[in-house]
Design a binder for this molecule. Structure first.
Ligand code: MV4
Length: 446
């Protein structure tokens, strides 16, 4: 049993975690930086600890400060949310060494899946479909030779990358050497790890991911798919569950593949298997995200499962209380990310003080946010202000409900812009309504 959780995060996700803890009777310790002193989670949590100055390196990424806060407040577990320390195996290991329960997958598993070459190897062994490419990291000449064999276009990716960082698409043999060298140098600089691999590049694919839950006793289930194809510069803007217009046999196969992959990796906790789906309805494993994801609410809305509650139960060593056949999916859920960004200025961050912050409500509308009227949006962190999540019996009804909810959203202030209106327009486009969009769709609009 977990008695007290330290929430090592900020913003909407810190509140999200605190809410479930309260429902489960678990105490909460919020940590905050100087810039987040007045944040809602600091007021809602049972206790709070200032862990340092605004810059994340000195606060939310400061492992000794977070551990110290957990120890002095007697927290027996740490929930890392997403981003910051959530996928840092060193942090998970320090928690384990300190006798603090890390709410996530074991450090060793996280390290193996964080290494994209090793993740590819594990999933190959589990029988998951992968795009043609190298099993291991390669040197430049070997990668070039393999690219010739696979055929162009290819994509080169950093072993330490992920989420769209450290990769380059190469369309012609004569561009290979230079693109490889540039990407490798960037990977070395950013990740201090220049290892790279190559695989066939899929144009205009859909990004479909499977949510899994695995307990520490060998039970693994999946909670269906999310389509996250509407992205800009690898930032998802709209997510939905189930993934629309895919044959149910394909979705079932993807779910089973993710469960097999989680078993093979020894996964524990909530995790996400990312796949690309091509126009012929074939799917390919991309990577595993070893964390709760921003878009987890759409899965919660269609399954009725509180993913944070399941994470906490699993971390406490409890067996899953349901099997695959107990999971029922109903209706359609869509999430829109309201970012403090200006779509008319290439989505430049547009922080400031919120003079007006009116959030939508009504039937089947959920808003996960830390924002409120008078809130000062710090410029130091990511620009996510609120997630508007709707549920409806059908996709068309969910789109109508989301557009209604976005129209109710009024977030204004000097210098403040949001993505709300832009997203409402995107949802109204024929390409989205008819599911003809793909991962590069937003780039074709702007
Ligand atoms: C790809 C791909 C196409 N072919 N790999 C991006 C994030 C990371 N998880 C994997 N990603 C991709 N890997 C192959 N072999 C397409 C993506 C991709 C993407 C690429 C360009 C622009 C937007 C994208 C959005 C999602 C995924």
């Amino acid at each position: 049993m977990i008695r007290k959780v330290l929430i090592a995060n900020r913003g909407e996700i810190a509140l999200r975690v605190a809410r479930t803890c309260r429902e489960l009777g678990i105490g909460t310790v919020a940590v905050y930086s100087e810039s987040d002193r007045d944040s809602a989670v600091v007021r809602f949590a049972d206790e709070s600890v200032n862990i340092g100055p605004g810059p994340a390196k000195q606060s939310y990424l400061n492992i000794p400060a977070v551990i110290e806060a957990a120890r002095t407040r007697g927290a027996d577990a740490i929930h890392p949310g997403y981003g910051f320390l959530s996928e840092n195996p060193d942090f998970a290991e320090v928690c384990e060494a300190e006798g603090i329960t890390f709410v996530g997958t074991p450090a060793k598993v996280m390290a193996q899946l964080g290494d994209k070459a090793s993740a590819r190897a594990i999933m190959t062994d589990a029988g998951l479909p992968l795009l043609p490419g190298s099993r291991d990291a390669l040197d430049g000449p070997a990668a070039h030779a393999l690219a010739e064999e696979i055929g162009y276009p290819v994509i080169v990716k950093a072993v330490a990358g992920g989420g769209g960082r450290g990769m380059a698409v190469i369309r012609r043999s004569e561009d290979f050497a230079r693109a490889w060298a540039e990407t490798r140098a960037a990977a070395q600089a950013v990740f201090r790890d220049g290892r790279m691999y190559v695989e066939r590049y899929l144009d205009s694919a859909r990004h479909v991911e499977i949510q899994v839950l695995a307990d520490a006793h060998g039970s693994v289930v999946h909670l269906g798919a999310r389509d996250c194809s509407l992205q800009r510069r690898h930032q998802k803007l709209v997510e939905e569950s189930p993934a629309p217009n895919l044959p149910s046999e394909l979705l079932a196969e993807m779910g089973e593949a993710a469960v097999r992959g989680a078993r093979e990796a020894g996964y524990v906790g909530a995790g996400t298997f990312e796949f690309l789906v091509d126009g012929q309805g074939r799917f390919y494993f991309m990577e595993v995200n070893c964390r709760l994801q921003v878009e987890h609410p759409v899965t919660e809305m269609v399954t009725g499962v509180d993913l944070v509650a399941e994470q906490l139960r699993i971390a406490a060593g409890e067996p899953l209380s349901f099997g695959q056949d107990d999971i029922r999916h109903q209706g359609v859920s869509i999430e829109c990310r309201i970012n403090a960004e200006d779509p008319s200025r290439a989505f430049a961050p547009a922080p400031g003080t919120l003079v007006e912050c009116l959030l939508p409500g009504g039937p089947f509308v959920r808003v996960d946010t830390h924002a409120h009227t008078g809130y000062r949006v710090p410029a130091l962190y990511d620009s996510l202000l609120a997630k508007v999540i709707v549920w409806a019996p059908t996709r068309d009804a969910a789109i109508a409900r989301m557009r209604r909810a976005l129209a109710e959203t009024r977030i204004t202030g000097a210098g403040v812009s949001t993505t709300a209106e832009f997203l409402s327009d995107v949802l109204d486009r024929a390409e989205f309504r008819e599911v003809r969009h793909h991962t590069r769709f937003l780039e074709t609009l702007t």
